[in-house]
Design a protein around this ligand. Structure first.
Ligand code: MSP
Length: 672
């Protein structure tokens, strides 16, 4: 075992460098969200992308980078005109109202964007016209006659090949055939180059499934030149083409340019921050993966660094939609449960790239387990012990023994994994590795039993144990800042750290990784901590009216009212049962009949489950066996150890037998 490295305080620069000079020496990081349409109010989906961007921006700030985080609103096009008409408003009046709603929303979710771009901003309009002129002058825009299937919902033309049974693949509506003269961008000229670029840059589009999807699109032969204008006779709410006043720019060509117009391209901060990283959901993969890089190439500009594509948030496995009445309101969630818990849930529950299902049950069981039981409990018990045993002051410590050093090493590993995964947009896995440390610290409390040290008057050892805990807890509190900024600040203050509400809590995460310098003795600590209260599960509800209707259309059998002694299907579905593989088994140190199992449920989730199997199975015989378990049972403490779930068994003649799947299953497979 190697002792953790201690980092000396950094030496001050030999002369005072100016703020701009220092910034220019720093690595820069620029992250964007899509600019959202202003025809509807923001929901969980918009909140997710923006919270992820905020967390990434905060993470890069914490890593000491010169970071810029941009979001905004997309305000041109047919859809907006139609939405404005519905409300009897002029387009500009309408977009001003909804754009303001987006801008007001973000702080309520703890989102601190550095810039907000609107496609009706003068600076944006000028940049779009400049870009169009540049590509036109280079000969990559031409005028031609075109007939195509136009979907008003998507605001784009579809080729015959792209339609599904003659319908728009997104909206399942029949597009209108429109034939008119328009301007075209020679996109097809750049497609072979783009294919090669994507092949040669495996990290350009991530996760890999979306890269493959794009390569599939490029190979399908369905891509042609891009129609980039709309005649004013049909639409006036757009940016006028600089080379033809009878036309406005196609909304996507206009919108994509927000990523550089907001930087003040070609001047301003463009050189400082471009190229940046984009975050989008899979619905807008094509404009970001095909239109945008070819547009940049045609203008002779560097491509973006990376496109990060995530899946959809679903509600009861269905897409959120107003007509189904299942749209989740992020502001309401934050008001009821707090912005930190909401942000934590979003980042922990969705595996970036895959779809995820939102439900209040899932929200409550996740936040109860991770925040109330693991993190909240750790802070609460350690701080109240410090109040009782050390007068709420950081105590003096003696030398670290092997167990203490193992904690320091675990902290270094957890931080290293956390950083690598977080930077790789694997937020869920990153948080899981940090929580391995949180759970290990709770175990360390149990194993070191500070109450016994206190009873025995072993003050120095007691001080060391509390110091090891407080030091590791400080690291956890720093690392959660990108995800739970308010909670991070509160936890750090409870540990006596002097942090501001808005600035990054430490100068750089680099120094945090291997350094295990203990806290300054004498620092005042909070006497208690109760940041994450446990929540009760909501009573099962009947699905909203619209959802019932949708189910009916699919001819689902009507849900029967449970008879006495029966449970409803909703109750049954609320039980999270999964297959897992036992990785470790041993006897409970203080309970003869109980085995302590570590069970792997896939995607980095390993749980400790206690089970009364000791009389029937030898621990070594269980390793590698697959079992079925209930995961969302409230954790239970059995003689000092916490059981997070229950393994399913059957009983015959008083003997317990483990239930196993008939065939080997991937870890985490759901049982229904
Ligand atoms: N205006 C365009 C984007 C132009 S960017 C140059 C647009 N706007 S949108 O309002 O429809 O936003 C789409 C984005 O909202 C998705 O890519 C995603 O970021 C977010 N989401 C909307 N619904 C979502 C889910 N159900 N789940 C996850 N994210 C979703 O497209």
């Amino acid at each position: 075992m190697t002792a953790p490295r201690h980092v000396a305080p950094s030496t001050p620069p030999s002369r005072k460098s100016s703020r701009t000079e220092r910034k220019s020496l720093m690595k820069s990081y620029f992250v964007t969200t899509p600019i959202y349409y202003v025809n509807a109010k923001p929901h969980l989906g918009h909140a997710y992308t923006t919270v992820v961007a905020d967390a990434l921006a905060r993470y890069h700030k914490l890593s000491g980078e010169d970071t810029l985080f941009l979001t905004g609103t997309d305000e041109h096009g047919d859809k907006i005109v139609q939405a404005a008409e519905k409300e009897g408003k002029a387009p500009k009046e309408f977009v001003d109202g909804i754009s303001a709603r987006f801008q007001e929303l973000w702080p309520q979710l703890g989102v601190a964007n550095d810039r907000f771009v609107r496609t009706t901003d003068e600076q944006h309009i000028r940049a779009v016209q400049r870009f169009l002129q540049k590509v036109y002058d280079a000969g990559d825009i031409y005028f031609g006659e075109f007939g195509g299937h136009y979907c008003y919902g998507c605001e784009r033309f579809y080729t015959e090949k792209e339609l599904e049974n003659g319908l728009c693949p997104q909206h399942q509506t029949k597009p209108e055939f429109i034939s008119e003269k328009n301007y075209f961008f020679k996109m097809s000229k750049y497609l072979p180059w783009l294919r090669e670029y994507i092949e040669q840059h495996p990290d350009f589009i991530r996760p890999e499934r979306y890269r493959n999807e794009l390569l599939g699109m490029l190979d399908s032969g369905g891509l042609e030149d891009l129609c980039i204008s709309r005649p004013k006779s049909r639409l006036t709410w757009g940016i006028e083409l600089p080379f033809d006043k009878d036309y406005v720019c196609y909304v996507w060509f206009d919108a994509l340019l927000n990523y550089i117009s907001a930087l003040g391209w070609p001047e301003g901060d463009y050189a400082r921050y471009w190229p940046g990283e984009h975050l989008v959901a899979k619905d807008i993969l094509k404009p970001h993966g095909i239109f945008w890089p070819t547009m940049l190439k045609a203008a002779g500009m560097p491509l973006y660094k990376r496109l990060n594509v995530h899946g959809y948030w679903l509600v009861r496995d269905t897409k959120m939609s107003k007509s189904l009445g299942n749209v989740v309101d992020p502001v309401d969630m934050c008001r009821r449960f707090g912005q930190d818990a909401f942000r934590y849930f979003l980042l922990r529950e969705m595996h970036f790239g895959s779809d995820a299902s939102f439900s209040e049950d899932a929200f409550i069981s996740r936040t109860n387990a991770d925040l109330a039981n693991d993190l909240g409990n750790l802070f609460s018990r350690v701080l109240s012990m410090c109040a009782k045993y050390c007068d709420s002051k950081v105590p003096e410590a003696g030398p670290l023994n092997d167990e203490d050093k193992a904690v320091a090493e675990l902290a270094a590993d957890a931080l290293r994994n956390f950083r690598q995964l977080f930077g790789n947009v694997q937020f869920s896995q990153a948080l899981e590795s940090l929580w391995e440390l949180v759970r290990a610290l709770n175990k360390y409390v149990d194993a070191q039993a500070p109450w016994t040290l206190y009873k025995n008057g072993d003050t120095l050892r007691l001080g060391t144990v509390m110091q090891v805990l407080l030091t590791a807890m400080r690291k956890v509190a720093v690392c959660v800042w990108p995800v739970m900024p308010q909670a991070s600040v509160t936890l750090l203050r409870q540990l006596g750290q002097d942090v501001s509400d808005t600035a990054v809590p430490v100068a750089s995460l680099d120094a945090e990784e291997d350094d295990f310098t203990l806290l300054t003795p004498g620092t005042a600590l909070a006497a208690s901590s109760n940041l994450f209260p446990r929540r009760d599960m909501p009573a099962p509800t009947t699905p909203p009216a619209g959802e019932k209707k949708a189910k009916k259309e699919k001819k689902a059998p009507a849900a029967a009212t449970p008879a006495p002694g029966e449970i409803s299907f909703d109750h049954f579905k609320a039980v999270d049962m999964r297959v897992g593989t036992i990785r470790h088994a041993e006897k409970h140190p203080d309970a003869d009949r109980i085995l302590r199992l570590e069970i792997d449920f896939g995607e980095g989730q390993t749980r400790q489950i206690l089970s009364g199997l000791a009389e029937y199975y030898a621990p070594q015989d269980l390793i590698g066996k697959q079992v079925c378990a209930v995961l969302n049972l409230a954790p239970r403490k059995i003689r000092g150890l916490v059981s997070c779930g229950m393994v399913l068994t059957a009983e015959k003649d008083g003997k317990l037998c483990l239930l196993q799947p008939a065939d080997a299953m991937p870890e985490g497979s759901g049982i229904a």
